[in-house]
Ligand binder design. Sequence first.
Ligand code: HEC
Ligand code: HEC
Ligand code: HEC
Ligand code: HEC
Length: 207
Amino acid sequence: MRTPDHKHKPRLASGAMFSLLLGSAALVLLYASASFSSPSASYTFPTNEVPLALPAPSKDLHPCSQCHDASWKTNTKERPLKDMHDDISALYESKATLHPWCLTCHDAANRDMLRLSDGGLVPFSEAFRVCGQCHGEQFKRWANGLHGKHTGSWNGQKIVHLCGHCHSAHLPKFKAIKPLPPPDRPVAGEEKASAPGEQGKAGHKEK
Ligand code: HEC
Ligand code: HEC
Ligand code: HEC
Ligand code: HEC
């Protein structure tokens, strides 16, 4: 004979426990897979969008493998660079940059490529994949056309500006803009409406 209460209850409870465990295991798995690859790593441009080419890199430095070839012994130690790239290195010494050291973005073994945190390699022209790993919010906004700049036609092909068109990888912080005094207010009745191109000149109070 069944005695519903004390035989049933623990069964129910262990069933609930089991699904709870399953649920949390799935959550942990979900979280783990989400934290290993960033959306920027696999981003593809929509068919109506083309990335604008970045300015040509300096010829005396590219390809980097002119010097950093197979025989190059990469010194992975974070240090001030003296024999080369001292200009970039100086930003790190002076703490002018907000970014982590060189080999976070530049691959230690293949210097012609940038690297992702999972070790994946990315060409310089796709640096946005590297940036997007840490700046997920801006990346998401950029991918949706809310951050950065799109030109071209609104219902046709769009040209997408890349992070590097506006931001320097080595000195990402924009220089603060010097505040200027506000423009003089036009004084009513002083002069009549200006000719095209003369706007802002007429009607201003002379000092
Ligand atoms: C003309 C030769 C030359 C070229 C071209 C060159 N490098 Fe270097 N690079 C050096 C030298 C020399 C050092 C070591 C400087 C020191 O230790 O003071 C160095 C060091 C580095 C380091 C620090 C890690 C290491 O291997 O010591 C990074 C990162 C780096 N270079 C990136 C680049 C990138 C990216 C390019 C291409 C855009 C490039 N380099 C092109 C000569 C070069
Ligand atoms: C946040 C990622 C990042 C870090 C950190 C970083 N770089 Fe770069 N670097 C880039 C990207 C992206 C480019 C491609 C051009 C650009 O945007 O300036 C580049 C370009 C370069 C170039 C080529 C510059 C030119 O004139 O074409 C050199 C050399 C270089 N990096 C060396 C270094 C060295 C040395 C360090 C550390 C002291 C460093 N980078 C740190 C991302 C990075
Ligand atoms: C490894 C992580 C990492 C990568 C990769 C990275 N950044 Fe950053 N970035 C940071 C951190 C940390 C700061 C400073 C904290 C902050 O303001 O968010 C920063 C700050 C910035 C800022 C804001 C500066 C300000 O005015 O406050 C810009 C712009 C920026 N990064 C652009 C880039 C671009 C462009 C790239 C790709 C070339 C890039 N970052 C790659 C970590 C990263
Ligand atoms: C057309 C130019 C342009 C492009 C392209 C662009 N940005 Fe920006 N970004 C800006 C400007 C301008 C600001 C300053 C906004 C402000 O201060 O309100 C900014 C601010 C930032 C900041 C500082 C935090 C903030 O939101 O103010 C980060 C980080 C950043 N951008 C990352 C990126 C990354 C990553 C990319 C590429 C995926 C990118 N940006 C593409 C112009 C651009």
